[in-house]
Write a protein that binds this ligand. Structure first.
Ligand code: PLP
Length: 412
């Protein structure tokens, strides 16, 4: 590998499009420009492609083709799920359950509804980022209308026990939504087996285009004992079964479908390859760099996620220094998100603020190679050593927040 090639290790943030997806989209931008709702042959051609794409995408999660609604993003799908369920069901109850480690695209709509008087239970997680199923059972009341728990966490990669959560939701006849933006296309998902009613996914995390997402709605959003359970949150011209109006971006959706086709074909082999690469990177860092620890579950985690805390330094400086060496990673450190708060996910798994500040997330992808990870591991120790030399936080020096316990603990 030449050292001039940028080593991109931020696939959880977004992926480059697969060249096969780019070809597919380019062809359709030229050929399939019609409005899928038009009656003429140009429109019909787009309509046919849209429905073919819907079938392909549905097959990724063992869903019925007609239960898929295309949206503009994972964020929109999450908003449609949370607000759509609330708008339709507020007469049945005013309580929702979610976790304390959701992506902002679930956290913030829930907070918004909390301001409007809804009761939200934010389930705590253990030191690995797993929710406790008993906590979930205990949180359910007669007022509960929605359980929304993410499939896999975007920062620490922990995979939640979907099947068990689905069984609990089904047992209580409560709607179960999962934000599967990070899991879709990377690990097997079966909405039937897992009793998932609503599921969000996004094309740009799986080498598809930015600007396309989906919401799966079991039985077109009709649930026994509840009836129709999702209301639209936009009103317009009636596309996507009235759930998401606006002229449908058919060429991008065809790109999403192409990305799914490739993911389906390559997922098993690719996951095995990435797990090997991931564990090699994790183990090397833990063995060779002092005062480091892994964040997230050691095995119940996404195949591509590495998240390590480096004591005594700031994640943001690690990111900037690695970037100067041509390596792109991310951090749960505060400054990068323009606020002083460290990642709510890292705090929820029990890290002290300064430990959360020293976190680095490296996420692998389809185009990651062993050579790239070697280059990353060659550069990293020097950067950590240099930053630690400059850092005012040093081993043996008491932390600012030392009234917190010494070991990882829960923030409930
Ligand atoms: N949910 C999770 C878990 C994510 O990781 C992301 C993206 O970072 C989103 C939702 C938002 O998806 P989108 O960028 O498609 O709006």
């Amino acid at each position: 590998m030449t050292e001039t090639k940028y080593v991109y290790l931020d696939y959880a943030s977004t992926t480059p499009m697969d060249p096969r997806v780019i070809d597919e989209i380019n062809n359709h931008f030229k050929e399939t420009y019609g409005n899928s709702a038009s009656l003429h042959s140009i429109g019909q051609r787009a309509g046919k492609l849209l429905e073919q794409s819907r079938s392909i995408v549905a097959s990724m999660i063992n869903s019925d083709k007609d239960d898929i609604i295309f949206t503009s993003s994972g964020t929109e799908s999450n908003n449609l799920a949370v607000s759509g369920v609330i708008l339709k069901n507020m007469n049945r109850g005013r309580h929702i359950i979610t976790s304390s480690i959701e992506h902002h695209a679930i956290e913030n709509p829930c907070k918004q509804w909390e301001k409007d008087g809804f009761k939200v239970t934010w389930l705590p997680v253990d030191k690995y980022g797993l929710i406790n199923l008993k906590d979930l059972e205990d949180a359910i009341t007669t007022e509960t209308i929605l359980i929304s728990i993410m499939f896999a966490n975007n920062e620490i990669g922990t995979i939640e026990p979907m099947k068990e959560i689905g069984a609990i939701a089904k047992g209580h006849n409560i709607i179960f939504h999962t934000d599967a933006v990070q899991a879709f296309g990377k690990v097997p998902i079966d909405v039937e087996e897992m009793n998932i009613d609503l599921l969000s996914a996004s094309a740009h995390k799986i080498y598809g285009p930015k600007g396309i997402g989906l919401l799966y709605m079991k039985n077109k959003g009709i649930k026994k004992g509840i009836g129709k359970y999702v209301s639209p949150i936009m009103w317009g011209g009636g596309h996507e079964k009235d759930m998401r109006p606006s002229t449908v971006a058919v060429p991008l959706i065809a790109g999403f479908a192409k990305a799914v086709e490739i993911a389906k074909e390559e997922m098993t082999e690719e996951a095995e390859r990435q797990i090997k690469l991931r564990d090699r990177v994790i183990n090397w860092i833990l063995e060779n760099i002092d005062d480091t620890f892994l964040n997230g579950h050691p095995t119940q985690r996404l195949p591509n996620n590495v998240n390590i805390s480096f004591k005594y330094i700031e994640g943001e400086s690690i990111v900037l220094d690695l970037d100067m060496e041509g390596i792109g990673v991310s951090t749960g450190s505060a400054c990068s998100s323009k606020s002083l708060e460290p990642s709510h996910v890292l705090l929820a798994i029990g890290l002290r603020p300064e430990e959360a500040h020293g976190s680095m997330r490296a996420t692998l992808g389809r185009f990651s190679t062993e050579d790239e990870s070697d280059y990353f591991l060659k550069k990293l120790p020097h950067i950590i050593e240099r930053l630690r030399k400059m850092s005012p936080l040093k081993k043996g020096v008491k932390y600012m927040f030392d009234n917190a316990s010494e070991t990882n603990h829960h923030h409930e």
